[in-house]
Design a protein around this ligand. Structure first.
Ligand code: ZN
Length: 243
């Protein structure tokens, strides 16, 4: 695929300030690159909720730094990072993401990594922060084509939330979800188009996806156990795009 150099001309950028929900994983890094290629002012927010793959949070700062270094015109637009403590989520959920339990599929078709309404909570906190920061666009990596079918990641859920948040703040708050209809292979293609192989190499080396927090085993598609549902998704998407 031909590397694409995004425009350096600030006049072609959307002037609105945006807040990217940024976990340090592949999807939110793709969203961050997408935002930096379109918007003049980009900030990031992450959530610490006692997730068992906390190593993902440790990837946030290096990913931001590597992007700013490899793409200086993006680095110039990359503003503050915010980390919100949502440890209360651990008190109201009983799932494989926050406790030492095996990840398995439940009878309702959802994996037991599901924290009920997690993305609704995240986006409401992000919206409150965005409002305070003067941002009017939230960007998240929610995706309907994801295997897990989390109901709070669905397009209609997020459109309803956009309306509720905008009414509740009495100020427009757009929720952008650039990955909503993409397969995992198409996410690799999107980042290839945005930043070429340099961006995909950065994603492979510095982002984290594995639910088990494995940073020891290195594969062509990045670090991870290679077995958990998150690793399998990332691996299959990579193989489907590159092979
Ligand atoms: Zn894994």
């Amino acid at each position: 695929m031909t590397p694409h150099t995004p425009s350096n001309d600030p006049s072609t950028l959307d002037p609105r300030k945006v807040l990217v929900v940024f976990s340090g994983g592949q999807d939110s890094t793709a969203c961050l690159a997408w935002a930096l290629s379109r918007y003049a002012q980009v900030e990031t927010v992450g959530f610490d909720y006692g997730q068992r793959h906390r190593v993902e949070l440790d990837c946030r700062a290096p990913v931001r730094a590597e992007i700013a270094k490899a793409f200086p015109h993006w680095g110039a637009r990359l503003g503050e990072d915010h980390l919100l403590d949502l440890s209360l989520l651990g008190q109201i959920s009983d799932t494989a993401l926050t406790e030492s339990r095996a990840i398995e599929m439940l009878a309702n078709g959802l994996p037991n990594t599901f924290v009920p309404g997690r993305n609704l909570l995240f986006l409401n906190f992000a919206a409150a922060l965005a409002y305070r920061r003067g941002a009017s666009v939230l960007i998240g990596g929610m995706c309907e084509t994801d295997y897990s079918g989390y109901p709070d990641c669905r397009d209609n859920t997020l459109k309803a939330l956009q309306v509720a948040i905008s009414l509740g703040l009495d100020s427009p708050m757009t929720i952008e979800t650039p990955l909503m209809w993409l397969t995992k292979a198409q996410t690799w293609a999107m980042t290839d188009q945005l930043g070429g192989q340099a961006l995909n190499d950065l994603i492979i080396e510095h982002t984290h996806t594995c639910y088990l927090g494995d940073r020891q085993q290195r594969h062509a598609w990045g670090y991870g156990c290679g077995q958990c549902p998150a690793c399998v998704l990332r691996k299959d998407g990579y193989l489907s795009y590159y092979l």
